[in-house]
Design a protein around this ligand. Structure first.
Ligand code: PEP
Ligand code: MG
Length: 763
């Protein structure tokens, strides 16, 4: 048998070498072999680690210590972990391995190059995916002794308490788990970011590049709004660019760690990339996509005029991620917290508490994000985590809406999660039942089950159920469009554009005051277009801006927002737009451009309309801005009792459709703040007063032939939908995860009604 090497250079590695170099090493090697400019690196192989264990005689004593450890006993676990790590750290590395590391390091470059030393764990019979993030990485390492020491520290990190715990829970025998170590040139990026080789939703050959000054963590963690460039690979030109104000960057501090620093004023609005750089990056994106045969999500960095590609992996369509989700798992641990099950699925992982934007950089893939309440700044971090737990909020709060769209399990309104839980605690949350358990769940959903949970409706779409009632879907984030469309929904019954606008981090008023209206228009146009493209030929009801003033407060320009005693009852919805025509006009300009581009499936819906005059005034303004109002669909949300009571006058005023916003209709009918968990038990969607308003309004809409729908959370409740269909509703718009059960409920209800009618006739 030929002896396995201790060291392998990237160029000699391919994707088949996982047992030798771990997943990280194999993927870097594969990238280098197709000509991507990966920073120089070599790998200390898993076999070198094995030799170390054998030659030092550690093997038996180390595994003896690990046998029978009670991983649920955290003191015992910490003790064993410390002892095993010390054994590894105190042992003398065999001379031949040490010399080969020093020799390889010496040939990397002159003058003791600064490197990153990263763990790349692997199991004998499995790739390393399940171990990602559990072993250590050491940055800013320089000099022979430091590199050798860092390699040994990576080896020891294979026996960190968290890593032992995970392996035990996943049924891995510690003896079969190995570790390779990647020693790689550390790139002190002057600018860096991420790119998608093709459009992540439509798959068009448009390379989308985001970047900012400094190290890439700033973009990945979402602590800055990056510049965005769109390169059309067919036309070979930069198709669009959006230059953001970049206020912070992450830079290395000395030889250890990183820090967030302010960017000098004169560079904040400077574009970070020239057209030539965009083009060069897009060329690498194309090489990668062609090699892997699937669109890629790529991390890049630039130093001087040199481009580096740091990572390339398939674009994980939202909802198809490998987050540890399931649908019906049970944890064995104690119940720690209870709240509202806001987004279904089960997730386990370590807690990371986020108090404000500064904490976002700490959030890692697979963590459980715990916070008082999420806000638009947190959306990039919400994309990464396995689950979300909040202190505040009900089923219609920001955390609930966004996590449902991202397909991330979430429990909201626990009142005290940020106080009860600590960073690093392992918990399991059940996003259906609204419970947080201690420890990791004992379930590991089979891949097929994960897929079905992640793409609700996928199975249904394969065997479509036809319903006379249109079953539409609610969307708030452009990135959720593909997942929403995969449900086979009959259109979008509510596109909440405020999440797109809040995500821009500047108030509409700020864009107006800075003469940057075009920037606002372009961003919103692009977001809505993604959703329209995902639903060709199906109606998409886009709602005009409806964000309460307090949600704008932390954004740029937020200081000019009025302070209101009760923002829920205040300056939001159509009221605000009618009083601020400049802000309304910017939105209408977006819709006008989309209609002009042929998107005649776009219908407009006005929120918080209380009187037909408001509808007529909005319509007149829109007509005055050059829209042929008779050629487009204009409708209203019925979410104030007055609009339900006056529905006939609305029909006479010419609305094309009406949609019940029950989240607000309930709170305004019953005087119950929808976000206040103290009164949430009194928030009753089926309160007779609410049902009466809805039933009467449906009857009038039917009489006038006006489409009547629902887009509030109650439309995702099968019992409520049954009642609505019995009472004549023509369409229902539900959350992405609820579509299969709502479609099935609609079909059953319709069939039962037909059967009842026939039986009655025959009786
Ligand atoms: C509603 O009020 O029911 C609704 C759908 O709108 P939002 O939740 O955005 O207020
Ligand atoms: Mg509402």
């Amino acid at each position: 048998m030929t002896e396995m090497p201790n060291i392998l250079w990237l160029e000699a590695i391919s994707k088949d070498d996982i047992p030798l170099v771990g997943g990280k090493g194999a993927s870097l090697g594969e990238m280098a072999s197709v000509g991507l400019p990966v920073p120089k690196a070599f790998v200390v192989t898993a076999q070198a680690f094995r030799k170390f264990l054998v030659q030092t005689g550690l093997e038996d004593s180390l595994f003896d210590l690990l046998t029978d450890v009670d991983v649920e006993n955290s003191e015992e676990l910490e003790d064993v972990s410390r002892n095993v790590k010390n054994l590894v750290l105190d042992a003398k590395m065999p001379d031949d391995i040490k010399e080969e590391i020093i020799q390889a390091y010496g040939t990397m470059g002159p003058d003791n190059m600064v490197v990153a030393v990263r763990s790349s764990a692997t199991a004998e019979d499995l790739p390393d995916a399940s171990f990602a993030g559990q072993q250590e990485t050491y940055l800013n390492i320089r000099g022979d002794a430091a590199v050798v020491e860092a390699v040994q520290m990576c080896w020891a990190s294979l026996y960190g308490a968290r890593a032992i715990y995970y392996r035990a829970k996943q049924g891995f025998d510690d003896r079969t788990v190995n570790i390779a170590v990647v020693v790689q040139q550390l790139i002190r990026s002057e600018k860096s970011g991420v790119m998608f080789s093709s459009h992540p939703v439509t798959g068009e050959p448009l390379t989308i590049i985001e970047g900012s000054w400094g190290l890439g963590e700033a973009v990945v963690s979402g602590s800055v709004s990056p510049d965005k460039y769109v390169y059309d690979r067919r036309l070979k030109k930069v198709f669009d660019r959006m230059i953001s104000k970049k206020e912070y960057m992450i830079v290395p501090i000395g030889d250890h760690g990183t820090e967030l620093v302010e960017i000098p004023n004169d560079r904040q609005e400077e574009p970070i990339l020239s057209d030539a750089e965009v083009e060069a990056l897009a060329a690498f994106a194309e090489i990668s996509e062609e090699h892997y045969n699937v669109p890629q999500d790529i991390e890049w960095a630039i130093v001087g005029s040199t481009i580096y590609i740091l990572q390339s992996r398939p674009i994980t369509t939202i909802g198809m991620s490998t987050k540890a989700k399931g649908t019906g798992g049970q944890s064995t641990g104690a119940v720690l917290l209870e709240g509202n099950g806001a987004s279904p699925g089960v997730a386990s992982g370590p807690v990371i508490i986020v108090h404000d934007i500064k904490d976002l950089g700490k959030v890692k893939e697979g963590d459980i994000l715990v916070t008082k309440m999420t806000n638009p700044d947190m959306v990039p971090a919400m994309r990464k985590v396995a689950g979300i737990v909040t202190d505040e909020g009900g089923m219609t709060c920001h955390a609930a809406i966004v996590s449902r769209e991202l397909g991330t399990p979430a429990v909201v309104g626990t009142k005290k999660a940020t106080k009860t839980l600590k960073d690093g605690d392992i918990i399991t949350l059940d996003g259906e039942k609204g419970i947080v358990y201690e420890g990791a769940a004992s379930v590991a959903a089979a891949p097929a089950a994960v897929m079905a949970a992640a793409v609700p409706g996928a199975a249904i779409a394969a065997a479509p159920i036809i319903t006379a009632t249109s079953i539409k879907v609610n969307v708030s984030l452009a990135e959720a469009a593909a997942r929403a469309a995969a449900t086979g929904a009959d259109g979008v019954g509510l596109l909440r554009i405020e999440h797109m606008i809040l995500g821009m981090n500047k108030t509409p008023g700020w864009y107006i005051s800075q003469n940057k209206e075009e920037e606002f228009i372009t961003e919103l146009y692009n977001g809505i277009k993604v959703v329209l493209d995902a639903f060709p030929g199906k109606p998409v009801w886009v709602r005009t801006l409806d964000a309460p003033t307090d949600e704008f407060r932390n954004m740029l320009g937020g200081e000019s927002e009025p302070i209101e005693h009760n923002p829920m009852l205040g300056w939001r919805g159509i009221r605000r737009d009618l009083q601020s025509p400049d802000q309304f006009r910017m939105q209408i300009e977006v819709f006008k451009r989309l209609w002009d581009r042929g998107y005649d499936n776009l219908g407009l819906m006005f929120p918080l309309v209380g009187h037909p005059e408001e509808f007529l005034k909005a319509k007149a303004l829109i007509a005055g801005w050059g829209v042929d109002v008779d050629a487009v669909e204009l409708g209203i949300m019925v979410e104030i009792p007055s609009s339900a009571i006056l529905i006939e006058d609305f029909c006479k005023a010419g609305i094309s459709f009406a949609s019940f916003g029950t989240n607000d209709l309930i709170q305004y009918t019953l005087a119950i703040d929808r976000n206040n968990e103290l009164v949430s038990s009194m928030y009753r969607p089926k309160h007779p007063a609410v049902l009466k308003l809805i039933r009467d309004a449906i009857a009038v809409c039917r009489q006038y032939g006006v489409e009547c729908s629902i887009c509030g959370q109650a439309g995702s409740d099968p019992k409520m939908v049954e009642w609505l269909i019995e009472n004549g509703i023509t369409s229902v718009s539900a959350n992405i995860d609820a579509i299969p059960k709502i479609r099935e409920t609609a079909a059953r209800t319709e069939k039962r009604m037909i059967l009842d009618a026939v039986r009655l006739k025959n009786a």
